[in-house]
Design a protein around this ligand. Structure first.
Ligand SMILES: CC(C)(COP(=O)(O)OP(=O)(O)OC[C@H]1O[C@@H](n2cnc3c(N)ncnc32)[C@H](O)[C@@H]1OP(=O)(O)O)[C@@H](O)C(=O)NCCC(=O)NCCS
Length: 182
């Protein structure tokens, strides 16, 4: 992944009704490991990774990069929302030079079903639309991932195409902020 582009990072923590989106901290390490080791979280993301491997590989402060938000509920990490540049080699693009901004999300299973992912993703998209006005955001998720598809629709992503990748059908969609660039 290349850098996100001309964005100020880290931003001031973003507060929503119930959550805070912020840069990662050392105290988030256990939650990061939990996300990658969880069979539920990783069902449509290539499967869980062994805990011992994660214990060795995950850095002291994980996930510190422009575009990676830790989602914090009452002082504890419940998931991540990310905006990265989509690899040119992968299928699914909306512009000829590729490198589109792409939304990603992973939440701990105990935080599912309460609207936290939708609340956090909407805030991250709002931040991105302010930082780089007029730039669309893409999203790719397995069509079998019902929760993720419902979230994409709720956030306002529209289907562009479907294709096979990683041995599964993928849904590829695009989101455009309501306000055109000034
Ligand atoms: C994809 C994922 C983030 C969706 O999480 P989620 O909690 O289902 O998503 P939302 O935040 O939109 O919450 C929606 C649910 O909260 C419920 N809800 C409860 N209180 C709510 C509130 N105050 N506001 C909004 N929704 C609320 C909704 O009714 C809905 O319930 P339903 O699933 O029974 O229909 C989560 O399943 C996940 O982390 N999956 C693993 C990672 C993954 O596959 N990521 C995809 C990468 S592309």
């Amino acid at each position: 992944m290349t850098g996100l582009g001309p964005v100020a990072w880290p931003p001031v923590p973003i507060r929503t009704e119930r959550l805070v989106l912020r840069e990662s901290e050392a105290a988030d390490r256990a939650a990061f490991i939990e996300l990658f080791a969880s069979p539920e979280v990783r069902t449509y993301l290539g499967g869980p990774r062994p805990r011992e491997e994660l214990d060795r590989a995950v850095p002291e402060v994980p996930g510190r990069r422009p575009g990676l938000f830790v989602v914090d509920l009452d002082g504890a990490m419940i998931g991540t929302v990310s905006l990265d540049r989509r690899d040119a080699e992968r299928p699914g693009h909306i512009r000829p030079d590729a490198g589109e901004a792409e939304l990603g999300y992973m939440f701990l299973p105990e935080a599912w079903g309460r609207g936290y992912a939708a609340e956090a993703c909407a805030a991250a998209l709002g931040w991105f639309a302010d930082a780089i006005p007029g730039e669309p955001v893409v999203l790719c998720t397995q069509t079998a991932n019902d929760r993720s598809l419902r979230l994409a629709a709720k956030l306002g992503f529209a289907e562009v195409e479907r294709f096979e990748e990683f041995g599964a059908e993928q849904w590829f969609g695009v989101w455009a902020s309501a306000t055109p660039p000034a």
